[in-house]
Structure formats: C-alpha cells, structure tokens
Design a protein around this ligand. Sequence first.
Ligand code: COI
Length: 356
Amino acid sequence: MRSIALDIPVTKTEHSRIGEVDMDHLQFGKMYSDHMLVAHYEDGEWKSAEIVPFANLSLSPATTFFHYGQAIFEGVKAYKDPEGNPIIFRPQDNWKRMNRSAARMAMPDVPEELFVDGMRKLIDIDRDWVPSADGTSLYIRPFMIAVDEFIGVRPAEKFMFIIMTSPAGPYYSKPVSIYVQDEFVRAFPGGIGFTKAAGNYGMSMYPTQQIKAMGYDQILWTDGYEHKYVQEIGTMNVFFVIGDTAITPDLAKDTILEGVTRDSVITLLREKGMKVEERPISIDEIATAYKAGTFKEAFGTGTAASIAPISELTFHENHMKLADPETWEVSNWLKKELADIRYGRKADTHGWICKV
Ligand code: COI
C-alpha cells in the first residue's frame, strides 16, 4: 500500500463536534464529520485541493449544476479493524466508477491520488468519527459538481470535487418491501443508468413517493421497452436466490449500476461454490419460481444498504411474500462473511481493504 503521497494542506477545526455524536444510536446520513476535502478544477486541470472544516458552500445561483444537474457522486465506507484502526473498503473501485460516471456526464477524471489518497488523509484526520460497532461505519460521500457561473446549456468548464463523511448506522433497519414498477422508467440503453448521476436519484423521488403512499419501501425498476426484465432497486442492486442459483441482472445494456457490493457478493458466492448467474431476469420468471416454491431469497446490495433482505415483492395483483429472512442461508452467510472482511476480522484475500 502506498503512503499518502498527496501534499494536501489541512486546516483543522477549532471546534470539533465529535462530542455531539451518540455512537451507540447512529442513523444513516444525519451527522457529518469535522472535516471535508475540497478540490477545484479549472483551465483543464485540478488546481487545488485542501482539507478544511466541514462548512456550508457559497455558490452563485447561476451555478451550472443547480440548473442542469451535471453532478455525480459515490458511496464508500470506512470501518474500524479489531486494533481500532480505520480501514476503507474497495475505494479504488469507487474511484474507477466515479470516472466512468464523469466521462458520461462530460466531467473531468478525478485522479486516483485525489480520490483515494485524499480520502485516506481525510479519514486519518477524522479517525475518531469512524464507529466500531457491528452494523456501523463511516459513510464516505465523494461527489463532483459543475460550477460554471453560466446558465446557457453547455458542458461546464469548472468543477468542484468534495469528499464529506458521516458516521452511520444501518440504512435499512428491517427487511424491505418492494413494488415492481411498470409505469415509470429509470434507465434505457444509451442513457445514464450505469452512472451515479444525481439525476438518477432525483427522477426516482416521485415514483418512490407514490409507492411509499401504498405502503412499500422501495421500487424495483423494470426495463423501459417491455417492463419485463428487472433492473435494480432505487437504492441498491438486486439478487434472487432461485433453487440453488443466485441470479442478478447483468450489466450489458448500461442500464444498471456496477455495484461494488454487487461485485463482492458475486465473488464471495462463486468462491463458496454457489452458482451465480448475471443475466436478464424477468418478473415472470420470478413469479413462476415463487409459485413453484423455488424462489427462496431476495436481497438488495449496496454500499449504504449492505445486504438488505427483501420481505415481499408486489407486481400488480401478484404478492410474493417470502419466508422470514432470519432463516435464509445465503444472505445471512453473505452478511457475516462481508462484515468479517469489512471490519478486518478475516484475512483480506481479495485486496479489498485499503489501510488509512
Ligand atoms: C450507496 O449505496 O452508497 C448509495 O449511494 C446509494 C444511496 C441511495 C444512499
């Protein structure tokens, strides 16, 4: 592992807020750590990066991303290992995905030194903000916004890259109920479904509001042509355990986010000897398996959500209620295996752990 090579100037806060955090009752996304990393891109290069006290930004109302949504983000997590040292899970994979999003959104590449080493330095400074209890982590949110002061429509020339962090508890505290969406569309081939563009989440708010009013937690999106093949859930990728096989939608048509947790799950399951298929899976196939009694488990995967069991799936009049997730073999094994690796309790044989 390289040392932190980047010479980022640091201004430390004079008033740490760490005393205000109840590490025993953490929720997701409510508290922000003392510092943030801020970098500016102008004239074709990243000009400055610094770590400063977490604070509000001052931006012109004409700033591009407010109007046209040229904004992308990532989600990464840091954990405490058994010796109390912070470790980050697969940040290089998030860095690569950030740059895939950036390319599609006509935004500049973020250098690895800025994304990964900058993140390591930030976590080192705010190491006391990394919680240690099982199920908790320091959620890391890198993001990039277009900041030209111009309201004509054209790709921006100035950008800000920021990393902020937040001590977090579980995203979902109970199994999620899912409504299979066949009215609205998340992603088409050729669109931005594979990116972590802010707009992918903004456009989901209205459909999510509708299904929440019906009593469901989350949407499972289907393809835009036929509403037949499932894509992903609003906040995570999705897996179905049917018979002895774990099936997840493939990434072929650029409509699905290439989840880092998704990839970790596929890797771990294959190593365990389980059959994993990445392929188009239709809602009809899932309903048929449910009727036949072979649909055993369903779960979402994501950095924020981790492994989130799905309690039920509704598609029109078809209500598929699954057995108690506590009894599920595959997802409970995965949860434990992944947690052991993430908290440094198990040898890192994949090179997934990045030391701070
Ligand atoms: C993540 O899992 O990190 C995400 O960015 C998803 C978001 C819905 C919290």
